[in-house]
Design a protein around this ligand. Structure first.
Ligand code: NAI
Length: 339
C-alpha cells in the first residue's frame, strides 16, 4: 500500500481499497480541512458524488473519526484519512481536484478580512504542499478572505513555478446559491429555476449580484433591487449572527462547494457548456482577479466571460467593489512577497 490508511493496514478500509484500485474510474479528490464545520458535510456529499472514485480527507485534527464514519456509506468512492502535516504529501499525491475549507470562520462582529492573519498562513502551507505533490490539480479555495487567499495561492504557485491560472478557483458559489434563493423568494419561483450571476469578489460590497441579468428574465422595483442586493451581500453575516459565536455558514456552504466541485469535475471529464461563477485570474476588469462566469473544461477555467451589459446601479456597485477588491488582492500578494 503506497497510501497508508489511518485506520491501519488490516482494516476493512484497506481491503476495500485494494479491490477498488483494479477497476475504479472517476476522479481523485482531496478535502483539506475535512474535519471542520464545512469539511464534514462536504466530505459526506462528495462521497455520494458518482464522479469521485477516491476521496482523501486531510485535517490537523479528527480525521480518523470522520474517515471511519464516512467510509461506511455504501457509495463507490474509496475514502482515506490523513492526519497532520506529516501526512499532507500522501493526502495530495495523485489528486485531480483539491478543495480547501481549512481555516478559522467568523464570529459575530468580524469581517472576513479579520480572518486574514490566521488563514493566510494556513493557505500558504497547504498550497506549498499542492505545488509539491499535485501541481496539476484543480484547486477550489474556500478559506476566507477568498479575495486575498486566492492571490496568496497564486503567489505560492508562481514561486514554485507551477502556477496555472486556469486551475486556481476561489469559490463564490454560495453567493450565487443565496442569490438564487432570495430572488426566487421575491419572484415566487422555484429556486432551481432561477439563475443569478454574482460577480466581483466574496466579501461585503465586493459581492455584486447582477439582477439585470437574472434568468428567467425578470424586472424588479428599485426597492426590491436594494433589498436583494443588500441581503445577498450580507447573507454570510446573517448566518454568523444567527449562529451567535458558533461559526459561519457550513451546511449551505458544503452544498455550494459540492455544486461547484461537481461542475469542475464535469468540466474535467470534458462535458460541454459547464458555466459557473468563480473568483479567478481575470482580464474582465483592470484587477488581476475578479469573479465572473467561467466555462469549466479539461484545463480548469478555460474561458472567463465578460460581465455583459450593466445598469447604472450595477455600474456604481462595480466601482465600489473594485476599490475594496484591489486592496484585498494587494494584501494577499504582499503577504507572500514580504516573506
Ligand atoms: P471550522 O473551524 O469549523 O473548520 C476548519 C477546519 O480547518 C478545522 O477542522 C481545522 O482543524 C482545519 N484546519 C486548521 N488549520 C489547518 C491546516 N493547517 N491544515 C488543514 N486543516 C486545518 O471552520 P468552517 O466553518 O469549516 O470554515 C472554514 C473556512 O471557510 C473559514 O475560513 C470560513 O471563513 C470559510 N468560509 C468560506 C465561504 C465561502 O463562501 N467561500 C463560506 C463559509 C465559510
Amino acid at each position: 500500500h503506497p497510501q497508508k490508511s489511518v485506520l491501519g493496514e488490516n482494516s476493512m478500509l484497506s481491503l476495500q481499497d485494494c479491490r477498488a484500485k483494479g477497476g475504479a474510474s472517476g476522479f481523485k479528490v482531496a478535502i483539506l480541512g475535512a474535519a471542520g464545520g464545512i469539511g464534514q458535510p462536504l466530505a459526506m456529499l462528495m462521497k455520494i458524488n458518482p464522479l469521485v472514485s477516491v476521496l482523501h480527507l486531510y485535517d490537523v485534527v479528527n480525521t480518523p473519526g470522520v474517515t471511519a464514519d464516512i467510509s461506511h456509506m455504501d457509495t463507490s468512492a474509496v475514502v482515506r484519512g490523513f492526519l497532520g502535516a506529516q501526512e499532507l504529501e500522501n493526502a495530495l499525491t495523485g489528486m485531480d481536484l483539491v478543495i480547501i475549507p481549512a481555516g478559522v470562520p467568523r464570529k459575530p462582529g468580524m469581517t472576513r478580512d479579520d480572518l486574514f492573519n490566521i488563514n493566510a498562513g494556513i493557505v500558504k502551507t497547504l498550497c506549498e504542499g499542492i505545488a509539491k505533490s499535485c501541481p496539476n490539480a484543480v484547486v477550489n479555495l474556500i478559506s476566507n478572505p477568498v479575495n486575498s487567499t486566492v492571490p496568496i495561492a497564486a503567489e505560492v504557485f508562481k514561486k514554485a513555478g507551477t502556477y496555472d491560472p486556469k486551475k486556481l478557483l476561489g469559490v463564490t458559489m454560495l453567493d450565487v446559491v443565496r442569490a438564487n434563493t432570495f430572488v426566487a423568494e421575491v419572484l415566487g419561483l422555484d429556486p432551481q429555476q432561477v439563475s443569478v450571476p454574482v460577480v466581483g469578489g466574496h466579501a461585503g460590497v465586493t459581492i455584486l449580484p447582477l439582477l439585470s441579468q437574472v434568468k428567467p428574465s425578470s424586472s424588479f422595483t428599485q426597492e426590491e433591487i436594494e433589498y436583494l442586493t443588500k441581503r445577498i451581500q450580507d447573507g454570510g453575516t446573517e448566518v454568523v449572527q444567527a449562529k451567535a459565536g458558533a461559526g459561519s455558514a457550513t451546511l449551505s456552504m458544503a452544498y455550494a462547494a459540492v455544486k461547484f466541485a461537481d461542475a469542475c469535475l464535469r468540466g474535467l471529464r470534458g462535458d460541454a457548456g459547464v458555466v459557473e461563477c468563480a473568483f479567478v485570474s481575470s482580464q474582465v476588469t483592470e484587477l488581476p482577479f475578479f469573479a465572473s462566469k467561467v466555462r469549466l473544461g479539461r484545463g480548469g477555467a478555460e474561458e472567463v466571460y465578460q460581465l455583459g451589459p450593466l445598469n447604472e446601479y450595477e455600474r456604481a456597485g462595480l466601482e465600489k467593489a473594485k476599490k475594496e477588491l484591489s486592496e484585498s488582492i494587494q494584501k494577499g500578494v504582499s503577504f507572500i512577497s514580504s516573506k
